[in-house]
Design a protein around this ligand. Structure first.
Ligand SMILES: *Cc1c(COP(=O)(O)O)cnc(C)c1O
Length: 224
């Protein structure tokens, strides 16, 4: 069930310059329209084909954000329309996004996923890998990509101190890159979900990705 009152409460509690990205993965188009009709335009998905199908059916002024691990062979499905890819986790993926963006004469906004969590399951670049990309001017090879900032998923834990430490590392890397390389349009830190967004905002997040608090719990049972 769509929870409009939670949505309004979260919007009211966050600074004006922080974007609430509504994470609609697994949720029906009617639920998305429930938020669209009260002014929400930014939605997040983590499966390419699901996102492409929702794009086809829903209003064209929605900004579609891709937030999950993206396989290179799926880039083609979202390249014509995706607004921002938060979860760039390899150079191979960067090259593929650039290739498809060029085909559609687009520049696609991307964030670099920084792996701060301890869990083995999380993907992303390490601190050193991200610095190395800037140091070697790797992005010059990808004229159809705009690197707009960093994204992270913190460790799934109740230990708020640990989450705070992880988000702090992202904020530190972000300011270090700004200071050393000052990349064009490097403005976004995508971090914070339903359970940890207040800690993320305290650490200078600019995009919080909120799913279950506003769409209700997800049911993965039919999808296996
Ligand atoms: C599912 C998901 C979210 C939203 O999670 P909630 O805890 O439901 O708010 C945010 N970010 C990513 C990368 C996700 O996969």
């Amino acid at each position: 069930m769509v929870n409009i009152s939670n949505y309004n409460d979260i919007k009211k509690s966050i600074p004006e310059n922080v974007l609430l990205l509504a994470v609609s993965k697994t949720k029906p188009e009617d639920d998305i329209m429930g938020f669209y009709n009260i002014g929400q335009r930014d939605f997040g998905e983590n499966h390419a084909l699901e996102m492409a199908s929702k794009f086809d059916h829903l209003p064209k002024d929605i900004n579609w954000h891709f937030i999950g691990h993206l396989q290179t062979n799926k880039v083609k499905y979202i390249a014509p329309f995706v607004y921002m890819i938060h979860s760039v986790d390899s150079e191979k993926l960067l090259a593929e996004i650039n290739k498809h963006a060029a085909k559609h004469s687009r520049t696609i906004k991307c964030l670099l996923q920084f792996k701060v969590a301890e869990e083995e399951t999380k993907t992303g670049f390490t601190y050193d890998e991200i610095i190395q990309l800037f140091e070697t001017k790797a992005f010059d090879q990808y004229p159809n990509i705009s690197i707009n900032g960093l994204m992270t998923v913190a460790t799934n834990t109740d230990n708020e101190e640990q989450i705070d430490k992880e988000f702090g590392k992202v904020a530190d890397l972000f300011s270090c890159i700004k200071e050393r390389y000052n990349p064009k349009d490097f403005t976004e830190i995508s971090m914070g979900m339903t359970d940890d967004y207040p800690i993320a905002i305290k650490n200078h997040s600019t995009i919080i990705r909120i799913g279950s608090a506003i769409f209700g719990e997800r049911d993965y049972s039919q999808k296996g």
